[in-house]
Design a protein around this ligand. Structure first.
Ligand code: AMP
Length: 196
């Protein structure tokens, strides 16, 4: 099973991808997590991505496509994967199509988590509070200023992907405002339909 979770920052993609990966034995591929790891490790990619990420911008297509192309070649991706935070631009979506085609495979589903814009800031604020309460480190881009840029990048670059996948008849949209368990149930229902 190969699928994409789409949605703005704070929509719950990471939460759902992590839970779904556990339920189904799939690999969660979060480009955000991979980039944060690269920044922490001080790699060349990390050095290039750091400032852009802190400001809430998008890292170059070239870099993230390269990361994903390499990652999906790994043996643990054979069973399938959940893309969380990739693709984020139309060129990334086109590159993914090409990549999967060259491997003789394709996506099984693209699931959009639809949420009210007004709730996103409070969701990010909650994530910060929960992280701090758990003694964790808050993401450098989880603040009001960077969130504004992340939302602008989302609406400018990523929102058109719903149209792209709708036209390809891959898109399924669910209510991301529902409680976490209910969203998970809706995702499972879509995957059951796809598998049938
Ligand atoms: P995320 O953890 O998905 O919210 O991603 C955090 C940040 O990493 C984003 O705000 C971008 O700066 C960068 N990033 C993650 N995935 C991508 C992508 N597919 N394309 C460009 N930038 C990305």
């Amino acid at each position: 099973m190969k699928l994409i979770l789409l949605g703005p920052p704070g929509a719950g993609k990471g939460t759902q991808a992590e839970a779904l990966a556990k339920r189904r034995g799939l690999v969660q591929l979060s480009t955000g997590e991979m980039l944060r790891a690269a920044v922490k490790a001080g790699t060349e990619i990390g050095k290039k991505a750091d400032a852009v990420m802190k400001a809430g911008g998008l890292v170059s297509n070239e870099i993230v496509i390269g990361i994903i192309a390499e990652r999906i070649e790994q043996p643990d991706c054979k069973n399938g994967f959940i893309l969380d935070g990739f693709p984020r631009t139309l060129p990334q979506a086109a590159a993914l199509d090409k990549l999967l085609k060259s491997k003789g495979t394709k996506l099984d589903a693209v699931i959009e988590l639809k949420v009210d814009d007004g709730i996103l800031l409070s969701r990010i604020e909650n994530r910060v509070k929960e992280t701090l309460a758990a003694g964790g480190t808050v993401r450098a881009d989880d603040n009001a200023e960077a969130l504004k840029s992340r939302l602008m990048a989302y609406y400018r670059e990523t929102a058109p992907l719903t149209g792209y996948y709708f036209a390809k008849e891959d898109l399924e949209t669910i209510d991301g405002m529902a409680p976490i368990d209910e969203v998970a149930r809706q995702i499972d229902a879509i995957l059951a339909k796809v598998a049938a």
